[in-house]
Design a protein around this ligand. Structure first.
Ligand SMILES: Nc1ncnc2c1ncn2[C@@H]1O[C@H](COP(=O)(O)OP(=O)(O)O)[C@@H](O)[C@H]1O
Ligand SMILES: [Mg+2]
Length: 539
């Protein structure tokens, strides 16, 4: 065929059309995963919106069965609401939102989440999504809309406005080809984990059987609103730099660098100037690719202060502890928030971990309980794609046996890990696993080792107390026979002898405790030395 013939087929595709055909990219693959993805998109948006608006979230999720593989999902929040003029773009346009263009720690990043829900709903049922929202101005809008796939924009089917004082957003949609299950990867577990990582949120979940679970908040403290931070120069690529230079209001490259990046001072600009062969007083809009290459190269050679960490909002040790106690009710728990670090050259991040043992900790499998890893990124649970995730890799690289957990895979043990960052390096748009950046893995390992040692101290103490009690019982049992024998031989009062023997046993027990404390100290020191050795040999 001639090229002219072939090129008759040449046409552009809209982003929406692309995702309609490739919905697995957005997490819509498999019946269970698709349903969980819908819940994920709705819940993360509600939490993000409340966090930015400084509202204590109250979220309602209901899943109703309408037939075989056919469900209706309703979500509602008490968030800031959506201004009426933005409703079409929020729900009917992909790559539109308030987050993508800002360097900010939120759960959403790309602006394809809820439009993805609209798209999935309409392509499986042919029905529109229903939205009721108000910003609390006395006007409520009820809108039904679909996406015009070829144009990547909303098609409004109805819009009813009425007066009522209420604030928040309620979304209703129908889905086919999905399945509800209480399993680990299902919506219920997703919501339970969300409640653990968001102790300030109250979440009500109603499953298709009509069972209502209320996850009460364990903290009334609204998390600090995340703030957008400027990018750190060391995380920048040539293409980023050129793009930013085209958009800047600054008149000189020098002031552009100072104003649009964090940690670039005039002294640093001088250092850059010494390394490039053109004048940094030139207009940034005239920067050429080769000049940007020179700047990036210079930046890589220069030392900068670490990025500011005020853009990071960890959950906090106290809050995690409350949530873990509230939901897992464990026998033992240890929580740790590490100081901020950077990945990929200059992106700030921070790691938080918790371990819980006993109580409702661990994953229920049949009659038994297994070791469980709960992964989170910016407080949103990561449920799928565990295999290729930095968090899983870090947890599995720990030798749990060294911390006294003999058969760790079959222990009631939950490891909770949350990474917060202004940019989580996800491995795909489905946002279910974190790329294996070596700084991230290292931080998780350091945190786990520290809580591991705390567990070890607790666990060996518990084990020893059990052993001691066993010994005591044996001695007590024999003391009775011994007292009777001795009384006969010496012709003395049996009760007196028994009392004497019990005193001896008590004293022996005290000696054991002193020995154990000493042993425990040695074990702890040994573990610390081992960890230090392992960390250093990693580098
Ligand atoms: N429940 C909600 N309350 C307020 N605003 C919302 C809500 N859901 C979505 N939005 C707005 O819609 C935008 C698009 O959402 P989404 O498609 O999920 O993308 P992202 O969350 O990645 O920005 C958000 O950035 C936010 O501004
Ligand atoms: Mg979102």
């Amino acid at each position: 065929m001639h090229a002219d013939e072939l090129f008759k087929e040449f046409r552009e595709t809209s982003i929406t059309e692309f995702f309609r055909k490739n919905r697995a990219h957005l997490g819509y693959s498999g019946r269970l995963r698709s349903l969980t993805t819908v819940i994920h998109e709705l819940v993360t948006n509600s939490l993000d919106a409340c966090e930015e608006a400084g509202i204590l979230p109250e979220i309602y999720i209901e899943i109703k069965s309408l037939g075989d593989s056919h469900y209706r999902v309703i979500s509602a929040d008490n968030g800031p609401g959506i201004p009426v003029k933005h409703i079409p773009d929020v729900f009917g346009k992909m790559l539109a939102g308030t987050k993508f263009h800002r360097n900010i720690q939120l759960r959403g990043q790309q602006g394809i989440g809820v439009a993805g829900v609209t798209l999935f709903s309409q392509t499986t049922t042919g029905k529109p999504i229903r939205v009721r929202t108000s910003t609390g101005n006395g006007k409520v809008n009820e809108v039904e809309l679909m996406i015009d796939i070829t144009k990547n924009r909303a098609e409004i089917l109805s819009n009813r406005e009425y007066s009522e004082y209420w604030r928040g957003t309620e979304i209703g949609c129908e889905l086919k080809g999905v399945k509800f299950s209480l399993r680990e990867q299902g919506p219920f577990e997703y919501v339970r984990r969300t409640a653990i990582a968001n102790p300030h949120a109250k979440i009500v979940f109603v499953d298709p059987e009509g069972r209502k679970t209320i996850f009460e908040r364990s903290s009334e403290k609204i998390p600090k609103s995340p703030v957008a931070v400027k990018p750190h120069p060391q995380g920048i690529e040539v293409d980023d730099l050129l793009n930013m230079a085209k958009k800047t209001k600054a008149r000189k490259v020098s002031s552009f660098l100072i104003s649009e990046f964090s940690r670039v001072s005039s002294a640093k600009v001088k250092e850059i100037q010494e390394r490039v062969d053109f004048d940094l007083n030139k207009n940034p809009r005239r920067l050429k690719w080769s000049e940007c290459e020179q700047i990036v190269k210079a930046i890589r050679e220069i030392k900068f202060l670490a990025p500011p960490s005020e853009g990071l909002v960890p959950i906090g040790e106290e809050q995690i502890k409350n949530a873990v106690l509230n939901i897992l009710d464990p026998e033992f728990d240890a929580v740790l928030t590490r100081p901020p670090k950077t990945h990929s050259g200059g992106v700030p991040f921070q790691v938080e971990v918790a371990v819980a043992y006993g109580g409702h900790a661990g994953r229920n499998v049949g009659d038994g309980v297994k070791f469980e890893i709960m992964r989170f990124a910016n407080r949103a649970p990561l449920i799928f794609d565990a295999g290729g995730c930095a968090i899983t890799q870090a947890v599995n690289s720990i030798e749990w046996k060294r911390y006294g957990i003999r058969d760790y895979e079959n222990s009631p043990f939950t490891v909770f890990i949350n990474i917060v960052s202004t940019h989580i390096p996800y491995t795909s748009a489905g946002k279910q696993s974190v790329a294996e950046e070596k700084e991230i893995i290292k931080e998780i390992r350091m945190a786990l080792m520290e809580v591991g040692r705390k567990f070890q101290t607790y666990y060996s103490r518990r084990r020893r107390a059990e052993e001691r009690e066993q010994k005591r019982q044996i001695l007590m049992k024999y003391s009775i026979e011994l007292a009777a024998g001795l009384a006969k031989l010496a012709n003395k009062n049996e009760d007196e002898i028994l009392k004497g023997l019990h005193k001896l046993i008590d004293k022996r027990m005290l000696d054991y405790i002193t020995e154990e404390v000493e042993e425990g100290r040695e074990e702890k020191e040994e573990a610390e030395m081992d960890d230090l050795f392992i960390e250093n040999s990693d580098q």
